[in-house]
Ligand binder design. Sequence first.
Ligand code: NAD
Length: 314
Amino acid sequence: MRILVTGGAGRLGRSTLSTLEAAGHEVVSIDRATAPGFTGRQLDIDLAHPTAFADLVAAEAPDAIVHLAAIAVPFSAPEADILSTNSRLAFTVLDAARQHGVARVLAASSPTVIGYGSPTGWRPDYLPLDERHPARPWNAYALSKQLVENTVAMFARQATSTIFGAFRPCFVISPGEWAGEPTQQGHTVVDRLNDPSLAAVSLFNYVDARDAADFVLAWVERAGAAENGEVFFVGADDALALDSLDRLLPYPEAAALTGTAPAFSSRHAAERLGWAPTRSWRTELAPGQRALLRSPDHARPTTDHRPATESSHP
Ligand SMILES: NC(=O)c1ccc[n+]([C@@H]2O[C@H](COP(=O)([O-])OP(=O)(O)OC[C@H]3O[C@@H](n4cnc5c(N)ncnc54)[C@H](O)[C@@H]3O)[C@@H](O)[C@H]2O)c1
């Protein structure tokens, strides 16, 4: 398949380019930035331009589009800019795909749509969270991602020849970050493990970037197995924590999250698409980083990590 990937130079985009290419697809990266090490075609296009992407789709006639480009960090720009940029970029890309009859279109949403971390308090209806849980976004980033999902659903309702989908990757950790590079939030994975307050804001969710890219591959190749407009959580099979979530999360609903169980379920993606994560922080953390971990024996149960700092993601 010929596949256009918007945001190909990003944290998730780089793994997506290499995974799709390794599977034998012809991959074109669309980004204002350059993806280092990617030898396929890279086109410098600003998706905020009203017609540039539609012209490109007409010229390239891709079989699939994967839309990742966005302002990817909450509160990293003025709220109004995040809302307008992310929702407009998604509409531009999906509308161009519909106009030109692209067969498969997948867009990145975020688990933040669920609403955890709200400064006025949030409590899960149940745990682990799955796609049936109500979305209650409390900031412009999360709202923009709910709009992305609604845009996917809207186009799915009018599509006759296109399958649309959305996925919610958990906190994405790229290969370099397992070796100590800073994560999206500026701290390292080890910092996040050693200080539970850092990951509590996202209920200790995460996913290896290559596992998320494997999900993209599975969706693109097997989209026919999904319903049009369907949404998927994409997370690791364990929590990014040294202690168990029944001890770390302040909700009675977390009582069943013993051992390494995560707060998010990716079972739907497994059932529909046959995708499952294969990597864990326990297998991926570089030895030098592992040596910096405080002992799990020293992990203390915490009372309330509901945070509400404005830097939390996802
Ligand atoms: N990283 C995470 O933990 C995470 C979690 C949940 C959802 N997501 C979503 O997944 C997607 C990818 O995230 P990421 O971490 O790789 O983000 P990133 O910031 O690393 O990459 C985004 C890319 O989009 C490009 N881009 C932004 N605006 C553009 C425009 N107008 N025209 C062309 N290119 C543009 C940027 O240059 C960048 O390379 C985003 O939609 C993000 O919201 C990310």
